[in-house]
Write a protein of this length. Sequence first.
Length: 169
Amino acid sequence: MTSTSTPPGLARFNALEEHAAIAALHEACASTAWAKRLLAARPYSTADDLYAASDAAMAELTTADLEEAMAGHPPIGRPKEGDPTSAREQRGMAGASEELKAEMLELNLAYQDRFGHVFLICATGRTGEQMRDAVKERIGNSPEQEREIVRTELGKINRIRLARLVEED
């Protein structure tokens, strides 16, 4: 038997005043265009409706919108100070050796020099070695290829963060 009522966390999100909803969405993704698209589609009946709206909004982001979204993410291995979300998502680097952390710093800098933005990956559940291997693999991509990979990775991150937002009691 499935419930037709909106989950409490999603109902709470639907009921937020506009400024509070924008702030909550900005915690998930730093793109203003993405947040405005999600806000405009409220209310959501199910979390899946919210995720689908997020995916659709992500697909429509311009290069500038993607740059704005990426600017909200710290480099892998250097989570934002005092930000539990950043620390939780980058947990795979927390126990990494000093050698791996130093290598990741070098790779982050090389990636940023090549593409002009941080290396972005959905780090949740990945080890430090997996993230290092991903940056090594992706640094050879063309800027166009990398922009689409970043769009996909941002979409994954947004879904995880939106799930936390709407599943909280």
